[in-house]
Design a protein around this ligand. Structure first.
Ligand code: C2O
Length: 582
């Protein structure tokens, strides 16, 4: 079976247009399959995912159709240019929804998370603007706001018994996440590939739309069009505990499937360093957020996630925010006792069950807020919007507050104010949390056990690894570290941290000039158990802070925090930061 390197550099410059008021039958629209993509002359993003031409029935159908159209797309041309297949990821076909899978064993889960069927799909149009919903920080929400929130969730839970097929019910809403993340949906036209909304550029838009409808449903259930979902303000020290509104056992916001050690006054460990020192945890948290929002980011896809297009493998690579604080909160809240009944880290620690914890939506409200802050507030040299049609035209299906099945596009949710909500303004204490400059330049000769990349590749992370990596050029100050072909067991919880010229080895402390960034992944099931990802970490300000721009090489220290034995890194190199296009 030939495996071809495909990229989605070919873009639909004339994306499909749906007549906005029309309704569509539930199954995949035939027009999807006839859409031809064309090479864009204005913008390129590479998908760089491997795909297997022979094994995908959908792809062969597609090629036949292309051949039928003749012209320049001859067979030879197609085989030589597999990227001609590139298209945005399509909304799933609910009629083909299958079982979700246990992340650990790969067996079908004892849960059915497929959504109810509908007889039509409506292309969603934003309703006329009424009033802005202002999402409050959970720890600052007023009594009245909390009471409304509790009542709305209570009514949502009630639907589970009074009308289990109502798509607005609590379990139905939780199952949306399960179906989009644990292999229940295939990509339309590609039966051998899961539809996965994590570890790629679909992460932010999928969750924004998910919460948008969730919030509107809650508002509808209590007849309050101003209802706004609180956010868990874990980027501010005052919000770095589980918000107390989720911690009352008699509240509808409570969930029993959580780590019992991480409630009350326990400080959230976004970075999974497991430090026992609360002040160090806070410092690590602020450092990590500063890093994922500013320090390690060179391009829009560094922050938002790597390109993921129709017909390419899921999990091309998470963005810095998904990869960092987002995953840390899931891990921290979920159970850790794998001998008990929740051995899959339920609820928050596994994609299939995360939506069953009301705290999930409050957590994601902050994840969404971080996107807004990154895009609208931060003044950096990084372009903020991905403009590839393969991103803009990726589609999802949700049920709205009126139980209508609607189709939305990733590109239609950039501005949350147009979606009718905004966030309470709060201090951003991480904004200037740049680690202090190192007092004296590190002596690389003090770093024992450093090996050349050639002698350690592929790098297994059973234990800490130190690799000597050449800079792209002496004096080159604007560079990034590329970790490529990161192969993980996706059924395991994974985390590792990266440091540059670290002679001190204080690995519990991230608030140091040497810290360059992290990689993390929640357990999930894909058809290919081994996912391959890549990340890039910008080094520009690390260099400044440790004074190495004029050196020829640096030592990269990679510290495993969780399940390092299930990680290998196939490539490591330092390259100049690319010219500014997302
Ligand atoms: Cu869809 Cu935080 O995960």
């Amino acid at each position: 079976m030939a495996s071809l390197q495909a990229s989605c550099t070919v873009l639909s410059t004339h994306p499909r247009s749906h007549s906005s008021s029309s309704t569509q039958p539930l199954s995949a629209r035939p027009s999807h399959l006839f859409t031809l993509s064309r090479r864009s002359d204005r913008f390129q993003v590479s998908c760089d995912a491997k795909k297997n031409v022979e094994s995908s029935q959908g792809k062969i159908d597609r090629r036949n159709m292309l051949l039928g159209l003749g012209g320049m797309y001859g067979a030879a041309n197609l085989l030589a240019n597999p990227s001609a297949y590139a298209d945005p990821v399509q909304a799933p076909d609910f009629t083909k929804c299958g079982d979700a899978h246990d992340a650990q064993t790969g067996a079908a889960l004892d849960v059915k998370c497929c959504p109810p069927l509908a007889d039509k799909i409506i292309d969603y149009k934003l309703p006329p603007f009424q009033m802005m919903r202002i999402r409050p920080a959970a720890h600052r929400a007023s009594k009245e706001q909390v009471a409304k929130y509790e009542e709305a969730i209570r009514r949502m839970r009630e639907l589970d018994t009074t009308d289990p097929q109502d798509p607005r019910g609590f379990m139905q809403q939780a199952n949306i996440h399960c179906a989009y993340c644990n292999g229940a949906h295939d990509q339309v036209g590609f039966n051998n590939l899961d539809l996965q909304v994590h570890n790629s550029w679909l992460f932010f838009p999928f969750h924004r739309w998910y919460l948008y409808f969730y919030e509107r449903i809650l508002g509808k259930l209590i007849n309050d069009p101003t209802f706004a979902l609180p956010f868990w303000n874990w980027d501010n020290p005052k919000g770095m505990i589980l918000p107390p509104i989720f911690d009352k056992t008699d509240s509808p916001l409570y969930d029993a499937n959580r780590d019992p050690n991480n409630r009350g006054s326990a400080v959230v460990d976004l970075t999974i360093t497991r430090s026992k020192d609360n002040l160090q945890l806070v410092a690590n948290n602020l450092t990590a957020i500063y890093s994922e929002m500013i320090r390690s980011v060179s391009t829009a896809t560094d922050f938002m996630g790597k390109p993921y297009c129709a017909g390419t493998n899921p999990n091309p690579g998470p963005g810095s925010s998904e990869n960092g604080s987002h995953t840390g909160v899931h891990w921290w809240v979920g159970t850790k006792d794998t001998s008990g009944p929740n051995k899959l880290n339920e609820d928050m620690g596994n994609f299939y069950s995360a939506g069953r914890d009301p705290a999930f939506y409050c957590h994601h409200s902050n994840v969404d807020r971080m996107w807004t802050i990154w895009r609208d507030v931060l003044k950096t040299d990084v372009p903020k919007d991905i403009t590839s049609a393969n991103y803009l035209n990726a589609e999802f299906l949700f049920y709205d507050e009126n139980k209508q099945l609607v189709r939305v596009k990733a590109g239609d949710c950039y501005d949350q104010r147009k979606l009718g909500y905004d966030y309470e303004r709060i201090d951003l204490p991480w904004l200037n949390y740049r680690p202090p400059k190192k007092a004296a330049k590190a002596k690389v000769s003090n770093i024992s056990d450093a090996k050349t990349a050639a002698s350690v590749l592929p790098i297994n992370l059973k234990k800490t690894v130190k690799v000597i990596v050449p800079k792209s050029a002496k004096g080159q100050a604007d560079e990034q570290l590329m970790l490529q072909d990161i192969q993980t067991d996706t059924t395991k919880f994974i985390k590792f941290d990266v440091f540059i010229n670290d002679e001190d080895d204080k690995i519990e402390e991230l608030d140091r000039a040497e810290y360059a960034g992290s990689f993390a992944q929640l357990p999930h099931k894909t058809k290919n158990k081994q996912g391959k990802s890549s990340i890039s970490l910008r080094l520009t300000s690390v260099y400044e802070d440790i004074d190495v721009a004029d050196d020829d090489t640096v030592v990269v220290t990679i510290v495993p925090r969780s399940n390092g034995e299930y990680v290998t890194i196939g490539g490591i190199k330092i390259v100049p930061v690319p010219p500014r296009s997302s």
